[in-house]
Structures are given as structure tokens and as C-alpha cells.
Design a protein. Structure first.
Length: 608
């Protein structure tokens, strides 16, 4: 979940490294550091804190043409200067994203052989192993390969050798890493946004590949086979403008991404709205596959899991196929049953979430057809799945997901329509209605966003609350979960999401005078039931904040109403989640929280 970056070329390296780290800070921000060749050897600067703290300690340098950098999300060892990367041993500097699972035994063995360690991290064993091999007169490639054979775990590594002042190495196993191809300049990074100002041409490293970068070009090969790869055959052009990874005048990336949701949903929908059945052709689902389709497993983590829960409601309603929705970190350990006719769908913004990848691999091992709903072209999940349904949200920098979530809901809606038709549960007229309503969703989200000033004012009266309760029914129950998660993530206020009908089974004990209770109350077939739950909250002194498309039904009952436009009931989550995102955002900002980089969190969870 850390961010790494490297550069070699004709320009000054330090500005490139610092800018790259700033663009990767969403992946971790406990500490940061850089290493570079200074003409006499490797020079390293690192510190606890954010990139701005690192900038303060870096001396002015010129004629630095090669270097690497790191921004950290701590796994082993608390945030400190000693534990910050890069780590160094005997002429070898390393930056690392991932986890070395067997580092303790390696460290003990090395210490018994006279090696001294200065950090608590798992990473520090790697430069020691490589330096040992170099002292045995192994070539750099051999030294790196033989060191990596010793390691268990996952890693993306950037390696700088003192004796090769014009070369960088990048290696991948299990953690994301991209190579950027410029004009006489070459880069590596954990994620595309770090390199968008410099190039649109990328190589997405696969597991077991090593890339050697120097001023004359890049050499890519498989470590195990020592088999070179033709570079031009794997370079991909990425059509993402650099502005998509910038704030564009917004105070925070999160707010910008909330306001980008109409565009993100529109781009996701428009790709398939005219031909949703083309999805099934894209997935290479044969007629026999569709006839035998008996069950779906949807697997994801965090916000993507909430999207999966919405998808479960939606797909079951449109297809009458049973859908099981699982938390990815639990999926493998429950020994999942994959029967004939089971379709596995993973949902992941980054395509690199470790638990989701592990679940996808397990399902594939057990014989399931695997589909991923993913936002990053060329990601591991996209490469390893049998088929991909891409969301078109663009880079999402804010740690708390917003536009990726609504794009996932849009993609799941398209999939539900396609499956509903081929399973004979939807007639043409129903498909036309749903498609028409789905096409209107971006415009309806824009209408919700016009309520921003009202929601900001409402938030100002809630910033001193210690607890929140979020209630929803049916397909909007997952939106209650998502609303509570957003508030917890960025404001650090305790919040719980519950099915409204479950309130009498425990949560009602929490309600006391003034407790904010956010209730999703669209006027649908469950509205009267929800109204009863609202009455129960009011009777106990709770403060109801109702999100509804018909405020006239509630204005005399509740203190606060957020009006949202009406839509087709199964699409209402796409609308109802937006005011909850804005409410959480404004509360967090007013409390002085860093909404783009909430404490203890990172954007892409690439370790278990």
C-alpha cells in the first residue's frame, strides 16, 4: 500500500521524484524518502511525515539523473525516520511496496553472519541479501534473482546499485508496478497517476518480471526463465489527461471526485447502454454457459463490497438468479463451494486489492468463470480474470472512494439488464425503461450536487456529534452501510449502518436525545415500513435526517430533509449515496480532518 517511484533520464531527477511521490501520497503518508546517485555514490534522505516534510530536508542538487523514492503506509515498524524507505546496505538502496513474510528468519540468519540492521521493517533484509550476492561476484541480475528466491510474500521493488550509477531495476511479484516510457527518459511507479505529467506510454509489469532501466532504454525479462520480452509488444498507450489526477481548483480530491460522478457514470454507462447484451459477448459467455448459470458469487472489500451488496439485490431482482455477496478477506477461508453454473464476479477499483485477488484466484482454481469489475486498465485483476467490465471513473486519488463506487453500481446495473434478458426475466419494454432511466442518472446526480450548500449548512450542526446511525431498507440498506463508512473513514466519528427493520433487534438501545439518525427513505414499496422506523426514532428523541424523493410526506415529522430526485427504484442507490458523501465530506472538513488522506488508511490495499 506504499507508493514507489523511480526515474532515469536527461532531466533533473529530484523534481520528477518529488512530484511522483506527491501524486502517490494517497497510497501512504507515514514517512517518505529518496535515494539518488550523486556522482560519488548513493545519497539518501528520508523522514517521518509527509512529502512536504521530506522536501524540507533535501538539499538543492543539480545534475542528478537517476534516483528512486518512497511514501510509506506502515506495516512492520511504527512510522519513523529509521523505518522510512529507501533502505540501504553495502551499496544497495531499495524501495518496496508489499510484505516480506519470512523476513524474521532471514534477518536472524543475516545478523548471525554479522549484518547490522537499523530499522524494524521487513524490507531491510532485501538490500542485505542483494549485497551479499554481489560480494560473491554475481552479476546484478543474478544477485537480485537469487535474493528474491529467498523471499516469501509480495513485493514491487525499485533497486539502485552504487556500482551501476546509470541504471535502475524494477521487479514485481504480487504488488502493482508500471514502467513509463518517455523520450530518452524512463520511469517506474506504483500507479499511473504518478507519471501522467511525463508520459502516456506504459508497461504493466507482470508477476516474476524484472525491468532494467538505463539511459539507453529498458530491458524486460522474466526472472525465472531469463527470457527477454519485446518491449514494443507490451507498451500500452493510456488515454488519461494529467488533469484527472489534479484538483482543478477544488479544495480536496474527494470533493472533485464527488462532483465528477455524473461524468464517471455517464462514461461507464455509455460504453454499453446501446448494446448491454454485448457485455455477455465480451465476457465470452456461451449460450451453454448462460443456460447453466445457476448462481453468482460477488466478492469485494470495503466500499466495493457495498457496491456488491447493491448488485446482489439488483441482479436477483432482474434475473431471479441467487447471488451470494462475500467479503473478500473471508472468502477463501470459508472454503467456498463452486458448483457447476457458478459465475464469480470480483469488484475492485484498483485491480490490485490483495484479498480480492486471492479470492479471484481461488474461485478460478475451483473452476469458476471469473469476471472482474475494475477501474484500472491492465491491472492484475483485469489480466487474470476471464473477462473484464471496466468502469470509466478515471484516476481516483481520494482515499475514500466516491466516483468509483457509483461507476461500479452503473456497471452492475448494465450487467443485471443483460443477464435478466437472456434468462428470460426481462421483456424488451422493461429493458427500454431501465436503459432510459439509467441514461438519466448523470443528470439526476447533478441535481443532487446542487444541494451542496444546504448539505454543508446541515453538516455544520452535526460536527459535535459523537455517534451516528444510518438506516436503510432493501436495496438502500447497503447505502446506509456506505454512508456510515464514509463518515467513519474521513471524520473519525463512530457510525453504524443497519437495515431499518433490524433497529428493534438491538440498535434502538443506542437512540437518545439528539442522536443523528440518517434514514434513506425513497418513496417505494418499503416506504411505509421505513416511515414506521422513523416514528420509532422520533419517539426516543433521535434527530432524523431523511434522504427522500418526496419531502412532503416527511416535512412535518422530521427536523431535516435532504431532497433527491426520483428514479427507477433499483437505480435509487446511485442517487441516494451522493448526499451521504457530501455530508461526510463537509463534517470532516469542518472538524479539520484531512479528507484525502485519513489516518491509518491507504487507497489501494495491496497486502493482506
Amino acid at each position: 500500500m506504499c507508493g514507489i517511484v523511480g526515474y532515469i533520464g536527461k532531466s533533473e531527477a529530484l523534481p520528477v521524484l518529488i512530484e511522483g511521490l506527491k501524486r502517490l501520497e494517497y497510497r501512504g503518508y507515514d514517512s517518505a524518502g529518496i535515494a539518488f546517485q550523486n556522482g560519488k555514490g548513493i545519497e539518501i534522505y528520508k523522514t517521518k511525515g509527509k512529502i512536504k516534510d521530506l522536501v524540507q530536508i533535501i538539499p538543492s542538487q543539480s545534475n542528478v539523473k537517476v534516483g528512486l523514492g518512497h511514501t510509506r503506509w506502515a506495516t512492520h515498524g511504527q512510522p519513523s525516520t529509521e523505518n522510512a524507505h529507501p533502505h540501504y546496505a553495502n551499496g544497495v538502496a531499495i524501495v518496496h511496496n508489499g510484505i516480506i513474510e519470512n523476513y524474521r528468519e532471514i534477518r536472524t540468519r543475516l545478523m548471525n553472519n554479522g549484518h547490522t540492521f537499523i530499522s524494524e521493517t521487513d524490507t531491510e533484509v532485501v538490500p542485505h541479501l542483494i549485497s551479499c550476492n554481489l560480494r560473491k561476484q554475481q552479476s546484478p541480475r543474478e544477485a537480485i534473482f537469487n535474493a528474491l528466491k529467498t523471499l516469501k510474500g509480495s513485493y514491487a521493488l525499485g533497486i539502485l546499485l552504487e556500482d551501476e550509477p546509470d541504471t535502475l531495476y524494477a521487479v514485481r511479484k504480487g504488488s502493482p508496478l508500471v514502467i513509463g516510457i518517455g523520450d530518452g527518459e524512463y520511469y517506474f511507479a506504483s500507479d499511473i497517476p504518478a507519471l501522467l505529467p511525463y508520459t502516456r506510454r506504459f508497461i504493466f509489469l507482470e508477476d516474476g518480471q524484472i525491468c532494467r532501466l538505463n539511459i539507453s532504454g529498458v530491458k524486460l525479462e522474466y526472472l525465472e526463465e531469463s527470457r527477454p520480452i519485446e518491449i514494443q509488444s507490451v507498451v500500452k498507450e493510456v488515454d488519461i489527461p494529467p488533469s484527472m489526477a489534479e484538483k482543478d481548483g477544488y479544495d480536496h480530491f474527494m470533493l472533485k471526485e464527488i462532483f465528477e460522478q455524473p461524468r464517471a457514470v455517464r462514461d461507464t454507462v455509455n460504453e454499453w447502454i446501446d448494446n448491454p447484451l454485448g457485455l455477455l459477448e465480451e465476457f465470452k459467455l456461451t449460450r451453454q454457459d448462460l443456460v447453466e448459470l445457476r448462481r453468482l458469487h460477488i466478492v469485494a472489500c470495503g466500499t466495493s463490497y457495498h457496491a456488491g451488496l447493491v448488485g446482489g439485490y439488483l441482479i436477483e431482482k432482474l434475473t431471479r438468479i441467487p447471488v451470494d455477496v462475500h467479503i473478500a478477506s473471508e472468502y477463501r477461508y470459508k472454503e467456498p463451494i463452486i458448483e457447476k453454473g457458478t459465475l464469480f464476479i470480483s469488484i475492485t477499483q484498483s485491480g490490485e486489492t490483495a484479498d480480492t485477488l486471492a479470492a479471484q484466484r481461488e474461485a478460478k482454481r475451483l473452476g469458476a468463470k471469473t469476471i472482474t469489475i475494475c477501474n484500472v486498465v491492465g491491472s492484475t485483476s483485469a489480466r487474470e480474470a476471464d473477462a473484464v467490465l471496466y468502469t470509466r471513473a478515471g484516476p481516483e486519488i481520494g482515499v475514500a472512494s466516491t466516483k468509483a463506487f457509483t461507476s461500479q453500481l452503473a456497471a452492475l446495473s448494465l450487467l443485471g439488464v443483460a443477464l435478466g434478458f437472456v434468462k428470460g426475466r426481462l421483456i424488451s419494454e422493461e429493458i427500454v425503461t431501465i436503459k432510459r432511466q439509467l441514461s438519466k442518472i448523470p443528470m439526476l446526480i447533478e441535481r443532487v450536487l446542487k444541494e451542496d450548500n444546504y448539505i454543508r449548512e446541515l453538516a455544520s450542526s452535526l460536527i459535535y456529534a459523537k455517534d451516528f446511525l444510518y438506516l436503510g431498507r432493501g436495496i438502500n440498506y447497503p447505502i446506509a452501510l456506505e454512508g456510515a463508512l464514509k463518515l467513519k473513514e474521513i471524520s473519525y466519528i463512530h457510525a453504524e449502518g443497519y437495515p431499518a427493520g433490524e433497529m428493534k433487534h438491538g440498535p434502538i438501545a443506542l437512540i437518545e436525545d439528539g442522536l443523528p439518525v440518517v434514514v434513506l427513505a425513497p418513496v417505494d414499496e418499503l416506504f411505509k415500513k421505513t416511515l414506521s422506523n422513523i416514528e420509532e426514532v422520533i419517539a426516543r428523541g433521535g434527530r432524523v435526517i431523511a434522504v427522500t424523493d418526496e419531502p412532503a410526506y416527511l416535512k412535518d415529522k422530521v427536523q431535516d430533509v435532504i431532497k433527491v430526485p426520483s428514479t427507477y427504484p433499483i437505480l435509487s442507490p446511485l442517487i441516494n449515496v451522493v448526499p451521504l458523501q457530501l455530508l461526510a465530506y463537509h463534517i470532516a472538513v469542518m472538524k479539520g480532518c484531512n479528507v484525502d488522506q485519513p489516518r491509518n488508511l491507504a487507497k489501494s490495499v495491496t497486502v493482506e
